[in-house]
Write a protein that binds this ligand. Structure first.
Ligand code: PMV
Length: 351
């Protein structure tokens, strides 16, 4: 089913809750295999992307809701991270609430006290905005389920992704497992720019026990925000070439995940990671996020793959950290050949 923006608008009156409500949701991070890079207002992708959803790296969000006598003109909330009030995070969240008001006007019927924590270390370099906005979107949909009788599960999952997208594009893919596709593709049915979907096939068993070990080459705040990076795509000299390439790669990845062709998976996943960074290195102004240690690890992965035929490959986010992808049964071999040669902290996750 393909939903339109109007399907997500809510004009009807909510049921009045008897008293305070408590909500609790969590959402995982995800790693793009085919990258979303470049966007149109409001948070619409320049190209389709395909991701693996992670399992361990999550944001857990709880909210205490106090009903208000009359709806607030804008969402009335306070945000706490790890138990500490975080006024610095609130303007970004206020923008998010304003963006989604049309689709979830019922949020303004409450005062919100929002408490979040991550299962991965803070400032670890893992993009937390995907899991954070996905958890918040899930919380809002949990509320919608309590306040309205509408129970169309397919619509509500699409709406969760739709709301998450309005917080952070990649968050749209953090609402289900194990693979998500975001962005309309003429050859992949039911895809949409408005929200991410699960592919209409079962993931091939070759990928079902995949691991993602994240090497924290650089911790802390990103040097160039992804918003700034997306913006540089607007006038990028390779914009059209990138768009075409991402459409081709999304379709290829869609096929690979069905057929279990690990060799082509490795080739395509690494090509996408390097293409993302090549776009950063050729934008105006250009910038370079990979560090010497990043490059050393990329070479090491390729060398080990060549020498020992272990099907291990890398991908990169918009940063210096390396995501190492491999089937779980190679874990102990990689512990002895690859991971023992890395000094940076590792976060072990799986899809
Ligand atoms: O969701 P954003 O705006 O942080 O952008 C994410 C962009 C990449 O992580 C580089 C790629 C992707 O598809 O996740």
């Amino acid at each position: 089913m393909n939903f339109q923006e109007k399907d997500f608008i809510r004009n009807d009156k909510p049921i009045t809750p008897a008293g305070r409500l408590q909500l609790h949701q969590e959402a995982p991070s995800n790693i793009a295999l085919v990258k979303y890079w470049g966007k149109y207002p409001v948070q619409l992708p320049m190209n389709p992307s395909v991701s693996f959803t992670l399992n361990q790296s999550k944001t857990i969000t709880k909210a205490k809701l106090i009903p208000l006598k009359k709806p607030a003109p804008q969402t009335d909330f306070r945000f706490f991270f790890n138990g500490i009030h975080q006024p610095d995070f609130e303007p970004k969240m206020a923008d998010f609430f304003q963006r989604i008001e049309k689709y979830a006007p019922y949020i303004n019927y409450f005062h919100w006290e929002i408490h979040s924590q991550n299962t991965f270390p803070h400032s670890s370099g893992i993009a937390s905005s995907a899991s954070a906005f996905a958890a918040l979107a899930k919380l809002i949909i949990e509320l919608e389920k309590k306040l309205f009788t509408e129970k169309n599960a397919e619509l509500l999952l699409a709406k969760t992704s739709f709301l998450a997208r309005l917080g952070s594009g990649s968050a749209s893919r953090s609402v289900a497992h194990p693979v998500m596709i975001w962005g309309e593709h003429p050859e992949i049915s039911n895809t949409s720019d408005l929200y991410a979907v699960q592919p209409e096939f079962d993931l091939h068993p070759a990928f079902q026990n995949y691991r993602d070990t994240i090497v924290l080459v650089e911790k802390g705040q990103k040097k160039v925000s992804s918003t700034a990076g997306h913006n540089l795509m607007n006038h990028h000299k390779y914009k059209d070439i990138r768009r075409q390439s991402a459409f081709d790669n999304a379709l290829k990845m869609h096929q690979i995940l069905q057929t279990g062709d690990i060799e082509t998976f490795i080739e395509l996943t690494e090509a996408e990671a390097l293409e993302l960074h090549a776009l950063m290195m050729t934008s105006q102004p250009n910038y370079l996020l990979m560090m010497p240690e990043t490059i050393r690890i990329l070479h090491l992965i390729r060398k080990i793959r060549q020498q020992s035929h272990i099907p291990v490959c890398f991908t990169l986010d918009a940063g210096a950290n390396v995501h190492i992808l491999y089937p779980q049964n190679y874990q102990s071999k990689l512990d002895k050949t690859l991971f023992n040669r890395i000094e940076s902290d590792l976060i072990k996750d799986h899809i």
